[in-house]
Ligand binder design. Structure first.
Ligand code: SAT
Ligand code: MN
Length: 593
């Protein structure tokens, strides 16, 4: 299928090391994929669901020891330790190869090695990049075929001497003690072993499109970011695109597929999803920033997804979707999860493969969940009812605004605008979320998550901040930068802002700011709206006074915040740009005024 010498050598090298019985090249044809699905069904790896209710859909269960990304076993490997900051795990390159090659040795004995050529971004676009994933898992092949563009067309673009990112995956023995997700940005290599789940193994996603790509972007003058891309269409047909970076559990997928509130729908507003997780961003010929979503599918969290919370996501899963670790309803041969908004099935199997019904409790009397909290759907973007017509546009979409966000009970106001690009980089660098009761560990602990990239920066975080600052010098028509917080709570701990579709009201203000159509109040942290400029038409329980409260900036809290930021910068070491320390000093001075 290819004459690319480097690719052929790569395949031979790992076939020999892994001692795979044979090699199968994925051509991307429906016939080949259908045969692989049939084989996976025969092996018991996946189960075909009800063809009438969920055409082309399958359910899979992972090993219970393998249900999420494992940050503790994820490594950035480089020659020099200083090229990686302590927020990521580091291994020296040659040591890492030695360790890993020993584990790969013979790991595919008796198995087939699949060669998956894939493109991140539309095939052949100058934005796009090619990866090759070698894997012994049909489950991975089938998921990659949804999440990325795979097959012969990619090899044609690669040609005889095109460059590609090398990915080697084996589920090996699913031994959690020998699980490694290792990245070698200096060599364009990703090695993943002893997992068969999600971002650990779908190497195009976090491994390539963020960790490796962030490094490529730094060297080539573009950006790979953990951002959704959303288009907001006004009644006159004009569309503004924004990107948004949020830590997990902040409603990123919901925002990416937002449905306008009634008052906006009635006026003719529409919203369009370009991406829900990753954005590759470049400076366009017009001097603006342009973004593509390099992926081709959604790998979304199932629990909580309902016709109420996110109809567009749920509708995206109605065909050609793989569900992992959800409840299997045996009566209808369909799927279910907590928060789906329909009654739990009576005759069902839970994510561990046990007979399950919702009355079951564990030894401590706690309800046993049917679906794992991190259970997922892998769904083609093409299924999304609000997918942007620009999704396949080779140059992507132009950005009006960049939005950062986090989950803060009190500190951050509903929305504020950074004073300029460098101040916006500062705002992104200090992003943080407070832990919720839903996660293990203490509640209300602040976790710093700069640009929502903490686990995904493929190199030194100080250098990454510096790259953001450098990019600012290369963008003649910069998008404005904002921070939002949907999660302010009242004294009883209830969320004040309704969130979901009503977040469009905040986006509306953001776009008006970008158009220079609305004034704002300058505060120590940035520009905050005048309360009456947030449209609350049709919102029950929210008055101008509520908005006023949501927009307060508490000096004492922010002074404490400033100390936390300084601590975090120090932890990152001496490559944090001086400009960010200057920004921090300005913030402190403003607060003390
Ligand atoms: O498992 S993934 O990394 O693909 C999804 C996530 O953790 O955000
Ligand atoms: Mn993500």
């Amino acid at each position: 299928m290819t004459n690319n010498k480097n690719l052929l050598a790569f395949v031979e090298e790992y076939k020999a090391l892994c001692k795979a019985d044979n090699v199968v090249w994925i051509d991307g044809s429906e016939e080949q994929l259908e045969a692989l699905r049939a084989q996976a069904v025969a092996n018991g790896d996946i189960v075909k669901l009800n063809e009438e209710l969920l055409p082309g859909c399958y359910i899979a269960r992972s090993n219970p020891n393998d249900v999420a990304r494992v940050e503790g076993r994820t490594f950035i490997c480089s020659k020099n330790k200083d090229d990686v900051t302590p927020i990521n795990n580091w291994m020296e390159t040659s040591e890492a190869y030695k360790l890993l090659n020993a584990i790969y040795d013979g790991c595919m004995k008796g198995r087939t090695m699949y060669v998956v050529p894939y493109s991140m971004g539309p095939v052949g676009s100058k934005f796009s990049k090619v990866g090759i994933e070698l894997t012994d898992s049909i489950y991975v092949v089938l998921n990659m075929a949804i999440m990325t563009r795979v097959g012969k067309a990619v090899l044609d673009v690669l040609g005889e001497d095109g460059e590609f990112i090398k990915g080697i995956h084996s589920y090996a023995e699913l031994d959690a003690e020998k699980r490694y997700i290792a990245h070698f940005p200096e060599d364009n290599v990703i090695m993943s072993i002893n997992s068969n789940y999600g971002g650990n193994v779908l190497l195009g996603k976090k491994c390539f499109a963020l960790r490796i790509a962030s490094w490529l972007g730094k060297n080539e003058g573009w950006m790979a970011e953990h951002m959704l891309i959303l288009g907001i269409e006004k009644p006159n047909g004009e569309i503004n695109y924004v990107t948004g970076a949020f830590p997990s559990a902040c409603g990123k997928t919901n925002l990416a597929m937002l449905i306008p509130p009634k008052q906006y729908l009635d006026k003719g507003y529409k919203t369009w999803c370009v991406g829900d997780d990753i954005a590759w961003i470049r400076v366009g010929e017009d001097g603006r920033l342009w973004a593509i979503n390099p992926e081709n599918g959604f790998f979304g969290v199932a629990p909580g997804t309902s016709m109420k919370s996110n109809p567009n996501a749920l509708l995206s899963t109605k065909k050609n979707t793989i569900f992992t670790n959800v409840v299997h309803d045996l009566d209808t041969n369909t799927v279910w999860w907590e928060g789906m908004g329909t009654p739990a099935p009576k005759n069902a199997i839970d994510w561990k493969g046990n007979k399950w019904d919702e009355s079951m409790v564990d030894a401590d009397g706690k309800k046993i969940k049917g679906a794992h909290p991190n259970s997922r759907f892998t769904a083609p973007t093409a299924n999304c009812p609000c997918l942007s017509s620009e999704f396949e546009a080779p140059n992507g979409v132009p950005l009006t605004a960049i939005i950062f966000g986090g989950r803060r009970a009190k500190t951050a106001p509903l929305v504020y605008q950074a004073k300029d690009w460098n101040n916006g980089v500062f705002v992104g660098s200090i992003m943080a979320s407070e832990t919720t009761a839903a996660a293990v560990g203490a509640v209300g602990v602040v976790r710093r998550d700069p640009m929502a990239m903490r686990p995904f920066i493929g190199y030194n975080c100080g250098d990454y901040f510096n790259h953001w600052l450098e990019m600012g010098k290369k963008i003649p028509n910069k998008p404005l930068i904002f921070n939002v917080n949907w999660f302010r709570t009242d004294d009883e701990g209830h969320f004040i802002w309704p969130g979901f579709g009503d977040n469009l009201r905040v986006l509306d203000w953001i776009i008006s700011r970008c158009e220079g159509k609305v004034d704002a109040r300058e505060t120590a942290i940035g520009y905050v709206p005048y309360a009456e400029d947030i449209n609350i038409d049709g919102l029950e329980d929210i008055t101008v006074d509520t908005i006023e409260e949501l927009l307060t900036v508490d000096k004492e809290m922010w002074l404490k915040e400033a100390d936390g930021i300084e601590e975090f910068y120090k932890e990152l070491g001496d490559r944090v740009p001086e400009e960010l320390y200057n920004q921090l000093a300005t913030l402190k001075a403003n607060l003390n005024k």
